[in-house]
Design a protein around this ligand. Structure first.
Ligand code: HAM
Length: 422
């Protein structure tokens, strides 16, 4: 049996990296006062069609759709925003959106051509905030990505930003694009012909037509922004500058999902050895999405980072995020007769906060010490007939090889003293 194409197993060093990132993100999110949220891995297909958009590649080509045994149309989530928005509405979280600041971490599924940094199942860490249309929160959200990468020590990252404007500006731009592309329709790819009718903005994002002169000369959004949209974008930039965050305005950036208004951004890894899937994290403002999905008129802004891509970027920059693994104590018994005291001691030490492993194979002394070294144990405890009789344990410092006799009653204090300040 083999895993499905585009998926992978997480174990060993990768699993330690993943857990480390989860821990780091949890603590970072506490600093920003964002609250963890979890939503189902599958939702009704309709949610993604309405939320992410019918014309997007994600919905038109990449979703994992299935019918359950009750004949419901369900989809494995291709991204996190739509589910969080659905939960926000369904649980009436908008009652206290002052603002509501949420984060999530989990698997997403897209039927894409698998390659480095592009998987069919991948993890995203994302945030979504609801209730504030203040450009300050757009800048705060961008700062989270930048700060996470800074803490990790990633250097070659670039923040690309753009605005799509508010509804009025977007409509004006849409009209301009429709007019502009009309005479060139036959020259565009099949997907773009389809996009022309449904969402002409997405033509600008086309990978096939990207280098054509037609696209290069297309009208620019900045010429269609109304005052409100211009003001919002200027403020976002000012707030970024006030935090010392460098950015590049990229007027071609439209993003591959339909729900954005105003600010959109992508953070890329610019180091040469990194592959073509170099967008590590991306997001933007979506002031109409809550309403589109059937909720009240409440604005939102958020982003998602691709965890696998982030790990690839760390590898490409030679950044080590995990330390060598070790345990506090390794215990072994001299014979089967001391197995009960051994498991009992392990239990006590674990309850007292020590990381403990023990011999499950009745190894001989030499092999037990070998195994303790493999586990990087700081102390080795030996329990034999003599130890049981005298209620005294033989404890060996596995680094200095110094040996101690410690009474069973004081073993916790002993280890506390030895390991306490680590
Ligand atoms: P997205 O640009 O589709 O946005 O995905 C965000 C990030 O997920 C990408 O920048 C990339 O790092 C990672 N990613 C996407 N597809 C794959 C894949 N097949 N394999 C590995 N990594 C991948 C969203 O998903 C939006 N929900 C972001 C957002 C949140 N906007 C507002 N709030």
């Amino acid at each position: 049996m083999q895993k499905p194409k585009g998926t992978y197993d997480i174990y060993g060093e990768k699993s330690r990296q993943l857990l480390y990132l989860q821990k780091l993100i949890t603590s970072l999110m506490e600093k920003y006062n964002y609250k963890y949220m979890q939503t189902p891995i599958f939702e009704s297909s309709d949610l993604f069609h309405r939320g992410v958009g019918e014309t997007t590649d994600i919905v038109s080509k990449e979703t994992y759709d299935f019918k359950d045994r009750g004949n419901r149309n369900l989809t494995l989530r291709p991204e996190g925003t739509a589910g969080i928005v659905r939960a926000f509405i369904e649980n009436k979280l908008y009652v206290d959106a002052s603002p509501l600041k949420a984060w999530y971490f989990g698997s997403m599924f897209r039927y894409e051509r698998p390659q480095s940094g592009r998987n069919r199942e991948f993890n995203q860490f994302g945030v979504e905030t609801f209730g504030s249309s203040d450009p300050m929160i757009d800048a705060e959200v961008i700062s989270i990505i930048v700060n996470l990468f800074k803490i990790l020590g990633l250097k070659g990252v670039k923040v690309n930003i753009n605005t799509l404007g508010d509804v009025e500006s977007r409509m004006a731009y849409r009209e301009a694009l429709l007019e502009y592309f009309k005479p060139y329709l036959d020259n565009l790819c099949e997907d773009c012909k389809n996009r022309y009718a449904k969402n002409p903005l997405r033509i600008l994002d086309c990978k096939i037509d990207a280098d054509s002169e037609i696209l290069k000369k297309a009208p620019k959004i900045e010429d269609y922004l109304n005052e409100n949209s211009k003001k919002h974008f200027t403020k976002v930039k000012e707030y970024l500058e006030s935090m010392g965050i460098e950015y590049v305005v990229n007027s071609k950036l439209v993003r591959g999902l339909d729900y954005y208004t105003h600010t959109v951004f992508e953070v890329t890894s610019e180091i040469e050895s990194f592959g073509s899937n170099n967008v590590l994290g991306a997001g933007g403002r979506y002031d109409n999405l809550v309403k589109t999905i059937g909720g009240p008129d409440i604005p939102g802004v958020g982003f998602a980072i691709g965890i696998e891509r982030l790990l690839l970027a760390l590898e490409a920059e030679n950044i080590q995020i995990t330390e060598e693994e070790n345990i506090d104590v390794y215990i072994f018994a001299m014979s089967g007769a001391e197995k009960k005291p051994m498991i009992s001691l392990a239990n006590t030490l674990r309850l007292n906060g020590f990381n403990v492993d023990m011999d499950y194979f009745n190894r001989n002394i030499k092999n037990n010490f070998k195994h303790a070294d493999k586990l990087n144990a700081k102390y080795v405890i030996i329990i034999g007939e003599e130890e049981i009789k005298t209620k005294t344990l033989t404890v060996k410092d596995n680094e200095t090889k110094e040996e101690y006799k410690v009474s069973l009653e004081t073993i916790v204090e002993f280890l506390d003293e030895k390991l306490g300040d680590e």
